[in-house]
Design a binder for this molecule. Structure first.
Ligand SMILES: C[S@@+](CC[C@H](N)C(=O)[O-])C[C@H]1O[C@@H](n2cnc3c(N)ncnc32)[C@H](O)[C@@H]1O
Length: 294
């Protein structure tokens, strides 16, 4: 009942804390995500609208040949399909095959589609395309192979072709966070409060998906401390430019702001500079990020 909803949320706050994390965790045993995660994504208006606006900015991809990687339950596909000339749709979650086939068959654009059930890290396309669309984004591109997939798929992009998204910018803040034993990271959506930030937000790295050659990030830098205390975590945020003029960040379905335990803890004083050695591979695991403070 609606009048009890708020009360129920308060009663269940602690139990809900890790449910989004669980829903978003790619499960190797069935190559995909649980149904609830597809529901979260489909109903995430900010995420879907950012892609929709990006398509509109690019003339609805009118008359183009496109490839979409990881089509899921097709919420983005349906937005551009009426306008394009041809689309290669790639998905590797076998649980979705019956749904995708049945859904496509309902639409008048079905004959413009070629569905390829394959791994986008190795798939080959029969021709070059004008646009590659791929929403497989975990925060920092750490848990999913977004970077490696786009590195492979850009081979099939025409010289003037575009990627959606185009750019991902990763930010962090040092903080004191409440972290349960055995937990390495968690999205903040169902927590009662933000961690206590001890620094301002700082830029960690920028990923231009059309150009990125690296497989990961190795950085060493210092940031000024604003409040004295113990740093035990990073607060991670990723901002996404789907195309120039259409951006988003911090939705629940995609790249939610995330608290990540640092490799060591460090007592800091307001006015200090804290040094950070930061290192991780794209598409490995957020839990493997090394963030050493000194
Ligand atoms: C974050 S979901 C997005 C789904 C859909 N595009 C949407 O916007 O709701 C990413 C999808 O990519 C698929 N996927 C992940 N890795 C893949 C890979 N290597 N090759 C093909 N599909 C992949 C997943 O199964 C999932 O359906």
């Amino acid at each position: 009942m609606k009048d009890k909803l708020f009360e129920n949320i308060i009663d269940n706050y602690e139990d809900l804390k890790y449910d989004l994390l669980k829903a978003q965790t790619f499960d190797e045993s069935h190559f995909g995500f649980p149904d609830i995660y597809y529901k979260i994504m489909e109903t995430d208006k900010q995420r879907v609208d950012a892609f929709h606006n990006a398509f509109k900015i690019n003339n609805n991809l009118q008359g183009a040949t496109v490839c979409e990687i990881g089509v899921g339950t097709l919420p983005l596909t349906k937005l551009y399909m009426p306008h394009v000339k041809k689309a290669y749709l790639i998905e590797n979650n076998p649980d979705l095959i019956p749904f995708i086939n049945a859904e496509i068959a309902k639409h008048p654009w079905a004959n413009k589609v070629e569905v390829i059930y394959a791994d986008a890290l190795t798939v080959e396309l029969p021709e070059k395309v004008d646009y590659v669309i791929g929403e497989l984004m975990s925060i920092y591109c750490a848990n999913e192979f977004q970077v490696q997939i786009f590195q492979h798929m850009r081979e099939f992009l025409k010289p003037e072709g575009k990627l959606f998204p185009n750019r991902i910018v990763n930010f962090a803040r040092l903080c004191t966070a409440d972290i349960d034993p055995n937990i390495h990271h968690y999205p903040v959506n169902f927590t009662r409060h933000q961690p206590m930030f001890l620094t301002q937000q700082f830029l960690v790295n920028e990923i231009e998906l059309l150009k990125e050659k690296k497989q990961g990030v190795t950085l060493s830098f210092s940031v000024p401390v604003l409040f004295s205390g113990e740093v035990n975590a990073l607060y991670l945020e990723s901002y996404v430019e789907v195309t120039e003029g259409s951006n988003f960040t911090g939705t629940d379905s995609l790249m939610p702001p995330t608290v990540l335990k640092t490799t060591n803890t460090q007592q800091v004083k307001a006015g200090d500079l804290v040094h950070i050695d930061f290192n991780f591979d794209y598409g490995s695991s957020l839990d493997k990020i090394s963030c050493l403070l000194s």
